[in-house]
Design a protein around this ligand. Structure first.
Ligand SMILES: Nc1ncnc2c1ncn2[C@@H]1O[C@H](COP(=O)(O)OP(=O)(O)O)[C@@H](O)[C@H]1O
Ligand SMILES: N[C@@H](CCOP(=O)(O)O)C(=O)O
Length: 293
């Protein structure tokens, strides 16, 4: 069985803990019953011995598998990881979603994507990257009574993502501690109106509106100050024609949405200006979680 889940870019400027989209960079896990338990990792994390012993995937898989089925069975897991860890591209969401989906598959139980998403909420309390990880596309999501309520918009293939990935990791829970404890009414209204405009721009495909709409007063500045080169990344992205350019999740990656025809030029500029950062042009992903039986 093979399960794969895409990377995500959450927040999208003003939509803190609410907006997110999926990009075509996937973590894939293959597994089958085996006499002995084993884990092998290829790609991101392959040189990290901690991931073999204390693996978030395995603990979530075990939680669900033992809940779903009485017999104990060992599995051989092979992970093919493309999503860099703690860079704001939703590596933890991908792991959570793939572990829950894998446990259900291993137990022979078919569940809806919505059920998987609601289970994922137990491990990640904000829905902005677990939702696109499961559903694909652009999503607006909220949580009521421990359930995720969301709306999805397919993203057209004439748009691309340019991501600038620094070497520096930014752990999400640590990156949440640098945020203000409260916000003024003025800043709350600012973010509310900009997030609403961002959603409307995505659904109406008014891409030119995004630069203005995607401004934020909640989280980006405080986080970007911990890696000040990110201010230059955003400036160069906009000067080069990006439609929107925002801190991806809690960072450290910077995400820009661009027209396909501009993507190579914008990526090359970024590579020239920021030679120490890893620059990639990615397609958007409209599939989310994929289960191959
Ligand atoms: N491929 C993976 N396999 C196992 N655990 C992973 C993997 N990717 C991420 N994780 C777990 O998620 C943590 C990173 O979470 P977080 O800081 O939220 O990063 P991100 O912004 O990429 O979601 C890692 O320290 C690790 O515990
Ligand atoms: N809304 C969250 C999003 C975290 O995304 P990640 O990809 O960095 O895990 C936040 O801003 O903390």
């Amino acid at each position: 069985m093979t399960i794969s889940v895409p990377a995500t870019s959450a927040n999208l400027g003003p939509g803190f803990d609410t907006l997110g989209l999926a990009v075509d960079l996937r973590n894939r896990v293959e597994f089958h019953p085996s006499k002995f338990f084993s884990v092998s990792i290829k790609g991101e994390g392959e040189n990290n011995p901690r991931l073999k012993g204390n693996n978030l995937f395995i603990s979530i898989f075990n939680d669900h598998y033992s809940r779903l089925i009485k017999n104990k069975q060992n599995f051989k897991f092979t992970f093919y990881n493309q999503i860099p860890m703690s860079r704001g591209l939703g590596s933890s969401s991908a792991v959570i979603v793939s572990a829950i989906a894998s446990a259900h598959e291993a137990a022979g139980i078919r569940v809806s994507k919505r059920r998987i998403l609601n289970h994922a909420l137990v491990y990640e309390s904000h829905p902005d990257n677990i939702t696109p990880a499961v559903m694909g596309g652009f999503n607006v999501a909220t949580v009521e009574k421990n359930k995720v309520f969301s709306q999805k918009k397919h993203l057209p293939d004439y748009l691309k993502a340019v991501v600038v990935i620094p070497n520096k990791q930014m752990n999400t829970s640590k990156s949440r501690t640098v945020l203000p404890k409260s916000y003024s009414k003025e800043n709350a209204v600012y973010n509310l109106s900009h997030a609403a405009l961002t959603v409307a721009a995505f659904f109406n495909e008014d891409w030119e509106m995004l630069k203005l709409a995607a401004q934020d007063r909640f989280h980006q500045k405080a986080r970007m100050k911990t890696l000040p080169e990110l201010f230059s990344v955003q400036k160069v992205a906009y000067e080069s024609g990006a439609l929107m350019s925002t801190l991806s999740g809690s960072g450290s990656t910077f995400f820009s949405l661009v027209y396909d025809e501009d993507s190579a030029m914008i990526a090359n500029r970024m590579k020239q200006k920021f030679p120490d950062f890893n620059v990639k042009v990615l397609n958007f992903d409209n599939d989310g979680l994929i289960i191959e039986r």
